[in-house]
Design a protein around this ligand. Sequence first.
Ligand code: KG4
Ligand code: ZN
Length: 337
Amino acid sequence: MSVTILAIESSCDDTSVAVLRDGCVLSNLIANQDIHMSYGGVVPELASRAHQSNIVPVTHQAITKAGITNKDIDAVAFTRGPGLLGSLLVGTSFAKGFALAMDIPLIEVNHLQAHVLAHFILEKDKENRIPSFPFLCLLVSGGHTRIIVIRNYLEMEVIGNTIDDAAGEAFDKCGKVMGLPYPAGPIIDKLAAQGNPLAFKFAKPVIPGLDFSFSGLKTSFLYFLRDRLKEDSGFIEKNKADLCASLQHVIITILISKLVKASVQTGIKEIGIAGGVSANSGLRNAMKEEAVKKGWNLFIPEFRYTTDNAAMIGITGYYKYLRGEFSNHDVTPLARY
Ligand code: KG4
Ligand code: ZN
């Protein structure tokens, strides 16, 4: 018997709804909120309002595009957290209402676990390559930077974590200092392609074990620019590509060196990256080079499954459904999960 899941993701600034059947994507729609660009970051109140107006039409489109009707849906999976509380509330309430109306199970999903399980999303008419267990994943998003050992679909252990800022935050905050709009990560990625990664040197933090730190890099980038701008007010404009390439280079170096260490420590060579920052072309290329050197079996998700999307919520919901892990209707969203 096949299992059809309706999945809702509303943890931050994108409203996404997907339909998956037996782990295979039938539709995965995302309504982006451009409104935050001019504010230099996500404005929580505006994000929840936009989710509120997007959620019904996006769900309608996702169901239509999947070629199914409401009655074909076996369960509703939704992001319970972590994320912005007001945004999560919209998705949670909508999922509860849908589950109640259709009398089907409700499945809460941890957004971070979903980023990792994006590696197991299946697509029709594709050669679907998925990792085997144990699997080591570097999760790099706007809010988190973690190294995770995945022993089974729903059994994960965090073995490395950031002690301050996330890698995505380092991209976004340094970008803001350069006058780039939010989110700066993808723009830095594009500009870096035309720059010299060794043009400027920024100090790498010395953090023991498998943990990360990015706040020192952000501060040293800020001070570096402040000093250069005193001498030349056009410094950023003249050196933008080199600045982006050098910043990206140091972030990638920090990320990969810890992942290499984690692989040696755990003996796991089944390696992947996930989360918004895993869309970064420099990181993707560096991972490919490292994989050849280290003999890794490497997994890099399709771009559409790196940043926030409901398909990853759907695949996690699918595995929870198979285990009968359902939520009660008194479930509430969690800003921290
Ligand atoms: O996973 P995600 O969509 O949302 C969170 O769960 O946080 O990640 C968003 C983060 C932002 O910091 C954004 O700047 C970063 O991912 N990002 C990138 C790229 N695309 C998105 N960072 C670097 N290069 C990219 N191409
Ligand atoms: Zn995310």
